[in-house]
Each structure stands twice: as structure tokens, then as C-alpha cells.
Ligand binder design. Structure first.
Ligand code: DQA
Length: 143
């Protein structure tokens, strides 16, 4: 059975109450439940983690080598700042799909650059919580 690691970055644990006009009302648990059911239908194993700490995300990515066939990541604010997360993804060479709830290109200038996109197979953004499902489907299709 193929396995995918889902990583949610900082502040995504607050989904549901965090800026609902931007991020919607669905909680992280709700998103995780829909990811689990899509993966189950396609007989893919999922491990889901959330961390507010950059180094913990780097550790998760490093430990994924040899254990996971794909990574689905919403690096959240670290998208725009983290050379360390980008380098970890480049190092493990696990096919990665980057997702964002909002369309970062329509937002503040500081959000418009992703350091992660160049090391991802592709990026899906702007479809609300559906970005995750679209991203998972794309990743399952390529692994
Ligand atoms: C986000 C966009 C980021 O700019 C922001 O820092 C987040 C969430 C998104 O999913 O739209 O925390 O990654």
C-alpha cells in the first residue's frame, strides 16, 4: 500500500476560528476527515501531522525518506520564509504537492512568493479546503 504524509504548518490548528473570511469555517479535523476518506477509497495510507515549529517540520520531512511515497504539505507562513523546509524537501526527493487554502497571489505582497513551489511537483491554491482534496488527488495520481 502506498503511503502519503500530510503536513500542516503553523496556525492551521486554528482553522475554523482563524480569519474565517480568508480560510473558511472548516476545522483542521474536518479537513483531515475528508482527506482520510478520499485516501481510504483509493487504498492509500495517510499519516497526518500539524506543527507550529519549523524544525519539527524539517524533522518530519527527513524521517519520511524510505517510509512515504508522497508528501502533501501546506507550509502556511513558512511557505514564504523557510529555506530549511525547502532544502529538506529537495533532500528527500519524495514527490510533493504544495497546497494553500487561499490564493496567495491575490494577497499581500509578502505572501506572493513561495520558497516551496520550486521543489514541489505542483501547487494547488485558492479553492478553500477543497485545495487539500485536489492536491491529494493529484499526488495519488502521480505516485
Ligand atoms: C496559507 C497561506 C499563507 O500565506 C498563510 O501564512 C497561512 C495559510 C493558506 O493555506 O492559504 O497560514 O498557507
Amino acid at each position: 500500500m502506498k503511503k502519503i504524509l500530510v503536513i500542516h504548518g503553523p496556525n492551521l490548528n486554528l482553522l475554523g476560528t482563524r480569519e474565517p473570511k480568508v480560510y473558511g469555517k472548516l476545522t483542521l479535523e474536518g479537513i483531515n476527515n475528508s482527506l482520510e476518506s478520499l485516501a481510504k477509497k483509493q487504498k492509500i495510507g495517510l499519516a497526518i501531522r500539524q506543527s507550529n515549529i519549523e524544525g519539527e517540520i524539517v524533522n518530519l520531512i527527513q524521517k519520511a525518506k524510505g517510509k512515504f511515497d508522497g508528501i502533501l504539505i501546506n507550509p502556511a507562513a513558512y511557505t514564504h520564509t523557510s529555506v530549511a523546509i525547502r532544502d529538506a524537501l529537495a533532500a528527500v526527493e519524495i514527490p510533493t504537492v504544495e497546497v494553500h487554502i487561499s490564493n496567495i497571489h491575490t494577497r499581500e505582497e509578502f505572501r506572493q512568493k513561495s520558497l516551496i513551489s520550486p521543489v514541489a511537483k505542483g501547487t494547488i491554491m485558492g479553492f478553500g479546503d477543497k485545495s487539500y482534496l485536489l492536491g491529494l488527488q493529484a499526488l495519488m495520481d502521480i505516485i
